[in-house]
Design a binder for this molecule. Structure first.
Ligand SMILES: *Cc1c(COP(=O)(O)O)cnc(C)c1O
Length: 374
């Protein structure tokens, strides 16, 4: 059961109830345009990740700018996107268990569906389900290129698994996935470039083995917001899986560019709008957005446009702000924009996006795949 939206299209931002998940639509659209231009200039496809935004509307905005489809992590997210009109979805993740594999195959009757594997048992399970449902699933062999999460160790094991996919009924060998998750938040450009170079070399060596075995790899999918500029021109990836760039967060804002200054390619477009609900103590203000409104795994939120005012502690439904000496303290009823530390899990705490342009509510979108973790 959804909560009613906190805003109505056409009203002033001043009337939006808080806490609210607010998108600056102009900044968001510029972000989409910029990444589309990065991919187009490098001649690689864009398949933005929807685990961050969980919204078919956002994916359709990305597709309108040339994206080939979306990535998701969960079958339930794929179901929501397909229901919302998205025609091509890659589950950039392993899917394990009869129930999920069946749902994935059933979904392939309605859209082009891809999935990753790193184990022969999964090839067999996906093949059985694809045959039962009369569909073809596109399968990418996931290669661990340094993140140390899922994926086959680069080398002959990848070739063995790719050969199994290629001969399995109902499956189409789509190529490889190599996503270097931990490289995204390495702070200096140099560190990120080194991590990407190493991942690219592992993938290149693996594709040479596939060539020798006569196995095709039409797609090599990977990349993220932190390394997209490097991934795009590495000459290995044919498809970028970037997610956070559409909205950004305080943690990505800590990445540094070649010149040592914070990266500013993508703008902060996502905020949690909060109200000061208590200002009873001097030097302190309390807002109505705490842990239930903001993910703090990548650091506390930042108070946008209020130097000297810091979000210093989060409890369930309260955020405590400390005010530096000599700075005007926020007053009871003041409304503040908070920049989330980590956009993905923050979005998943809300039922609605409030899209804002020129001080007015321009759009209200459901976070349609909120809680879609199955
Ligand atoms: C999260 C994720 C991405 C996107 O990462 P961002 O940092 O949000 O751009 C891409 N691929 C996979 C497999 C992911 O899990």
């Amino acid at each position: 059961v959804l909560q009613p939206p906190p805003a109505t299209v056409g009203t002033s931002v001043a009337e939006v109830d808080t806490p609210a998940l607010v998108v600056d639509l102009d900044a968001y659209e510029r972000n989409l345009d910029r990444m589309a231009a990065v991919a187009a200039a490098a001649g690689v496809a864009l398949r933005p990740h929807a685990k961050m935004h969980k919204s078919p509307s956002v994916t359709l905005d990305q597709v309108a700018r040339g994206a080939v489809g979306a990535c998701v992590q969960k079958v339930a997210e794929a179901e929501v996107l397909v229901r919302g009109g998205v025609e091509d979805v890659l589950v950039s993740n392993e899917v394990v268990g009869r129930t999920k594999v069946d749902r994935l195959a059933a979904l392939a009757q309605h859209a082009r569906i891809g999935v990753c594997v790193d184990d022969a048992a999964q090839v067999a399970a996906l093949s059985t389900a694809a045959v039962e449902h009369g569909v073809e699933l596109r399968v990418l062999v996931e290669v661990d290129v340094g993140a140390g999460r899922c994926g086959v160790v680069p080398g002959p094991d990848v070739v063995r698994l790719a050969a199994q996919v290629s001969s399995a009924p109902g499956l189409l060998l789509g190529g490889l996935q190599g996503y270097h998750g931990t490289a995204q938040h390495l702070r200096t450009h140099e560190e990120r470039a080194a991590a990407v170079a190493s991942a690219a070399e592992l993938l290149r060596a693996t594709t040479r083995l596939l060539d020798e075995a006569g196995l095709p790899y039409p797609v090599v999918s990977g990349g993220g917001t932190g390394t997209a500029d490097i991934d795009a021109t590495a000459g290995v990836w044919t498809e970028l899986q970037v997610g956070s760039y559409a909205f950004m967060d305080a943690d990505y804002a800590r990445n540094l560019d070649r010149d040592g200054a914070p990266v500013h390619t993508y703008e902060q477009a996502l905020f949690v709008l909060a109200t000061v609900m208590s200002a009873a103590r001097p030097g302190v203000a309390v807002v109505d957005a705490g842990l239930k409104a903001l993910a703090v795994d990548s650091g506390l939120p930042q108070v946008h446009g209020r130097p000297g005012v810091g979000y210093v502690a989060a409890s369930d439904e309260h955020g405590t702000l400390a005010v530096a000496a000599g700075v005007d303290a926020p007053r009871l009823g003041d409304r503040l924009l908070l920049v989330p530390g980590h956009c993905d899990p923050t979005v998943d705490r809300f039922d609605w996006y409030v899209g804002v342009r020129s001080g007015r509510v321009d759009a209200v979108w459901p976070v349609a795949a909120r809680g879609a973790m199955h």
